[in-house]
Design a protein around this ligand. Structure first.
Ligand code: UDP
Length: 473
């Protein structure tokens, strides 16, 4: 069950594909509300996996200014009766279908876990993000252990997560900086507490990207099993990286062709790829600074320009993001830079020999895709857990440089000078980062090789699920 968003659906589809390879059949449940741009994406994701769209639910009564997280949680809550009906119909033995082996909601859909319990099947939560993120949720649950409903406790900073990731206040995802004044926090505590209903948590990461955190979790699980810890949390399973393999058909998909063709004409290892995922939008002012920074850097670039954030004002579906670029920018950079509107075939771009570095918002899928291609990053985190990801990439793995934040009041703002300097530093002098990125790429490729660690971990989970099915017969 994948919550709306390419960053959730793509890795879920890859997990489902792997489970099919291990002998299961898989159906991905998607939400009709909020998923419209994914309609075209879905069929190409995993041919071996079935999909079922949940009926749309009424959402127009929510306040117009409801934040995205609240809308998502509300969408999932209102869809629960439909989820129950759909899962029951899939599990209905009278249809001749195989019995349900497990229900796997993603981290935002964990409200559906009681349905697994009702049906007597295992429930596993899927995290499209990393182990550090799971550690953060574990910390929140532990912090509120024994607390009455509505009694919220502040997260102390710096926050030391198991495995040695240390987060300053600014690097803790906004929603996790708990306090009475943060309206999202109550919903978050409710959500992360529900993870405890799971039999396990499948995580889209690999041991080599978070070795100390993986070991810390093993240690915690061992203590729990030995009865040495009063606090119980589901075991975690690092089973990634789930990165969509480049789809040969994508090249034929109209709008994406020009940027791959353009890359074909650039020298090897020369292009700075700039993209902020499916949701990252810069302000008009920041867009202008980025444009000026790329121009001043003198480097070749491929920039996926998304619609500027105008606080929701005045954006129409047919607005062209390229019209927000500074006047004359496209003409001045013609030949050495290409700006494309809204979307590029990212995995293919990152795998292209011309691509040198990735200026990224550090969404976890983008991160794994960059790692999978051996491309170092200029980390420009914008929201959600991206600042934490940037800490892991820069401080723990050494495959990224962070862009220099320029303003106290806006941690994401970077000046033209900051961008130009960081881009040049990385392209011209980032040998150490290149080497580490190459090593990590090898580890990523090994994770799902025949005896790779992530394959082995998912095989163990599959073995348990099959054994449980066998006991039921
Ligand atoms: N993506 C893409 N083309 C784009 C932007 C994004 O194919 O122009 C894909 C990207 O490859 C990744 C996903 O969308 O698989 C974005 O997920 P991520 O976790 O990086 O960021 P989010 O969109 O969730 O912020």
């Amino acid at each position: 069950m994948a919550s709306p968003g390419a960053g959730h659906l793509i890795p879920m589809a890859e997990l489902a594909r792997r489970l099919v390879e291990l002998g299961f059949s898989a159906t991905i449940l998607t939400f009709t509300n909020l998923s419209a741009p994914l309609d075209q994406l879905l069929p190409s994701l995993a041919a071996s996996v079935a999909t079922a769209a949940l009926p749309a639910v009424r959402m127009d009564d929510l306040p117009a200014n409801a934040h995205d997280g609240r809308v998502l949680v509300e969408l999932i809550r209102r869809s629960l009766p439909n989820i129950r009906d759909l899962v029951r119909s899939i599990n209905n033995s009278s249809t001749g279908a195989a019995p349900l082996a497990a229900l796997v909601p993603d981290f935002l859909c964990s409200m559906a876990l009681p349905i697994a319990a009702e049906l007597g099947v295992p429930g596993y939560v899927f995290f499209p993000s990393n182990l550090a993120m799971v550690a953060l949720t574990r910390h929140i649950v532990e912090l509120h252990e024994g607390a009455a409903f509505g009694e919220y406790r502040d997260v102390a900073v710096p926050l030391e997560l198991p495995g040695g990731v240390s987060l300053s206040g600014a690097d803790i995802p906004d929603a996790f900086r708990g306090s009475f004044t943060n309206p999202r926090y109550s919903k978050l505590v409710e959500l992360v507490r529900s993870y405890r209903l799971a039999d396990g948590i499948l995580v889209n990461t690999l041991y080599d990207m978070e070795p100390a955190t993986a070991e810390a979790f093993e240690q915690l699980a061992a203590e729990q099993a030995a009865g040495a810890s009063a606090f119980a949390y589901p075991p975690v399973f690092p089973v990634g990286p789930f990165v969509r393999p480049p789809d040969p058909d994508e090249a034929a998909a109209g709008a994406s062709t020009p940027c791959l063709e353009w890359l074909d004409r650039q020298p090897t290892g020369s292009v700075v790829y700039v993209a902020f995922g499916s949701g990252g939008a810069l302000s008009v002012e920041q867009t202008a600074e980025l444009a000026a920074g790329l121009e001043a850097s003198g480097q070749r670039f491929l920039w996926v320009v998304r619609m500027s954030s105008l606080d929701g004002r005045g954006i129409r579906d047919d607005d062209d993001p390229l019209t927000w670029l500074p006047e004359g920018f496209l003409e001045r950079t013609r030949g050495r830079g290409l700006a494309v509107a809204a979307w590029a075939p990212q995995v293919r771009v990152l795998c292209h020999p011309a691509t040198a570095v990735f200026v990224s918002h550090c969404g976890w899928n983008s991160t794994l895709e960059s790692v999978g291609s051996g491309v170092p990053m200029l980390a420009w985190p914008l929201y959600a857990e991206q600042r934490m990801n940037a800490v892991i990439l820069e401080e723990k793995l050494g495959v990224a440089l962070r862009v220099p934040a320029a303003r106290e009041d806006d941690r994401c703002f970077v000046t033209c000078y900051g961008i130009a300097t960081a881009v040049k530093e990385l392209v011209e002098g980032g040998q150490k980062l290149w080497r580490r990125a190459e090593n990590l790429q090898k580890a990523g490729a090994h994770a799902w090789s025949p005896y790779g660690p992530s394959r082995r971990v998912l095989e163990e989970v599959a073995f348990k699920l099959k054994a449980a099915l066998g006991r039921e017969k």
